[in-house]
Design a protein around this ligand. Structure first.
Ligand code: GRF
Length: 214
């Protein structure tokens, strides 16, 4: 069974969704750059090994990334899942894990890379928003998309209500993508995402239907 390392920085609700998804995974380890990350508590209560590597203890991004990579590699993971990991990773780090590093981002990429996606979505008055699981490449939030889910932006939405609606979908699509990977059905080849499910290669999937509860 394939092993998994999950990187978090805060609340850890996506990590929780992964841990509760009964994934076909071998050993799972959670690593946080933030000793106060809320998500660490849940991981510990589930008996998942956790490790904290506080980025503030390092003089540079590269120095932190080197130690983080050493800690990850000690587990020889097949997949590394960023789940609200709020550090920009160096190109060297990202390239080292090419094809085995995935992220969840709260927008329909390539729209709204970076931070404050829900505030920006409201400012732009878009009607459809959502989230994306993608392979990580050196350009921030630009790696090939694996799966996306869309939600409506409703009259009266605040960035909090919109974020909550998107988060429900994050918790659906992240376990789905990770499950595909762990089952050996999801690969990145020459920058192309390949997904094989039930013997059928059906590529990216969009999970929106108008019936989704707001
Ligand atoms: C999520 O919205 C995720 O898409 C983004 O950061 C947030 C983290 O939330 N990358 P959580 O820590 O998983 O609850």
């Amino acid at each position: 069974m394939k092993s998994l390392v999950i990187l978090i920085s805060g609340r850890g609700s996506n990590m929780q969704a992964l841990l509760e998804a009964d994934l076909p995974a071998g050993p799972i380890t959670v690593i946080s750059n933030n000793p106060a990350a809320e998500g660490l508590k849940f991981a510990r209560t589930r008996g998942i090994p956790v490790q904290v590597i506080d980025h503030r203890a390092f003089p540079s991004r590269e120095a932190f990334d080197t130690v983080l990579a050493e800690a990850i590699d000690a587990h020889q993971p097949d997949l590394i899942a960023l789940a609200g990991f709020m550090r920009i990773l160096s190109d060297r780090f990202v390239n080292h894990y090419r094809g085995k590093l995935v992220n969840i981002h709260p927008s329909l990429l390539p729209a709204f890379p970076g931070l404050n996606t829900h505030i920006r979505a409201l400012q732009e008055r878009i009607k459809i928003h959502g989230c994306t699981v993608h392979f990580v490449t050196p350009q921030l939030d630009h790696g090939p998309a694996i799966i996306q889910a869309a939600v409506p932006v409703l009259v009266g939405d605040t960035h909090e209500t919109l974020a909550a609606r998107v988060l429900v979908q994050e918790h659906r699509i992240y376990p789905q993508a990770v499950r595909w990977f762990l089952q050996g059905r999801l690969t990145l080849a020459d920058d192309q995402v390949e997904i094989e499910a039930e013997g059928t290669d059906y590529g990216q999937e969009v999970l929106y239907s108008p019936g989704i509860e707001p």
